[in-house]
Design a protein around this ligand. Structure first.
Ligand code: KG4
Ligand code: ZN
Length: 352
């Protein structure tokens, strides 16, 4: 806030005191059922995440209808638990926020309807949140003092995005994947080598025992001047390699795959920071949990004098605290409230 500006001028609609402003956030865009209670804009009182992965593992990926039905069953309990752990009652809530997109439309509908129902019943405001903006707010939760401008790398199972963040709420997407997301490619390669879904954490661990130089794999679009990504060719290269070398060690495959993914992500995101004159890089999303990516980006960032930030692992993967944080910001700082007619948008773009 600038000197001389009051909270009212910035559109704080309900309560100017951040310590008594409570947001209930709900996230159901994919296969995590999550509810969180946030005080002010950055203090997490609870962040309950129920992962459905076991339910989907046998299919090798998320089955949207199975996810929707499971959200319907679990969400009321998860919301109750979020209140209980936070020591807060529904009557204490100031704002309801839920993911509106992008994501799977059925799962989105479940969380959105739940939050809108609670807002309607209590006569309180509701904000529909962009899931990608939510991922960026994981950084604000972790490090509220480290504010934009920065380059954001959102890297998850569904997205690989480079975003220039001039300030929260103002996003310029400078690069995205032209085919598979990084996490999606890792999960598909995991499936090829017989690792359960999702494969990210297991590939991360296996790679520590493997030789990253053992298999020459492509580093797609690494040398291109564009900030776009492509990971589907990497997946095909692994497929062909496995046909010729069916006994290849899984550790070596994991290490070689991550060498490629980490190198591409590192080069492009640090180059984007240089090109857009940002001294900070913020890395969020499920793949930001990857230990090899964290180590490489931290080292290269130091070398190029760019500060690199990663949220704690629990805030990297899908969770409702980040959704509550984005919703609280949009309501309190931008004065946003959405009508209860707002519907899910499976391909909602960042900045729309
Ligand atoms: O952000 P997220 O929970 O969901 C989406 O919005 O997509 O990300 C899930 C993705 C999965 O592809 C998973 O394999 C990947 O994040 N992931 C990892 C690691 N932990 C999760 N990828 C690489 N290394 C990890 N340690
Ligand atoms: Zn996500």
């Amino acid at each position: 806030m600038m000197d001389g500006e009051s909270a009212t001028e910035l559109g704080v609609p309900r309560d100017g005191d951040p310590t008594s402003f409570i947001t209930l956030g709900i996230e159901t865009s994919c296969d995590e059922t999550s509810a969180a209670v946030l005080r002010g804009e950055t203090e997490i009182l609870s962040n309950v995440v129920y992962s459905q992965v076991d339910l989907h593992a046998r299919y090798g990926g998320v089955v949207p209808e199975v996810a929707s039905r499971n959200h319907v069953v679990k969400l009321p309990y998860i919301v109750d638990e979020a209140f209980e752990r936070a020591g807060v009652r529904v009557g204490d809530v100031s704002l309801f926020a839920a993911t509106r997109g992008p994501g799977l439309v059925g799962p989105l509908l479940v969380g959105l309807c739940h939050a809108k129902g609670m807002a309607y019943a209590s006569g309180l405001p509701f904000v529909g949140v962009n899931h990608l903006e939510g991922h960026l707010f994981a950084h604000r939760l972790e490090t509220p003092d480290v504010e934009p401008p920065f380059i954001g790398l959102i890297v998850s199972g569904g997205h690989t995005l480079l975003v220039d963040v001039a300030r929260y709420g103002e996003y310029h997407v400078v690069g995205t994947t032209v085919d598979d997301a990084a996490g999606e490619a890792i999960d598909k390669i995991g499936k090829m080598v017989g690792i359960g879904y999702p494969a990210g954490a297991r590939i991360d661990a296996l790679a520590k025992e493997g030789d990253p130089k053992s298999i020459p794999l492509p580093r797609p679009m690494e040398g291109s001047s564009s900030f776009d990504f492509s990971f589907s060719g990497l997946k095909t290269a692994v497929l062909y390699h496995l046909r010729k070398n069916p006994r290849e060690r899984r550790e070596d495959i994991a290490a070689s795959v991550l060498a490629s993914v980490v190198s591409v992500l590192t080069k492009k995101s640090l180059e984007a920071a240089r090109r857009f004159h940002r001294r900070r890089l913020v890395v969020v999303g499920g793949v930001a949990a990857n230990s090899h990516l964290r180590a490489e980006l931290a080292a290269e960032g130091r070398r190029r004098e760019i500060e690199v930030y990663f949220p704690a692992l629990a805030l990297c993967t899908d969770n409702a605290a980040m959704i509550a944080a984005a919703g609280a910001f949009r309501h309190r700082q931008l004065g946003e409230t959405h009508p209860l007619s707002v519907s899910p948008d499976s391909s909602l773009a960042l900045g729309s």
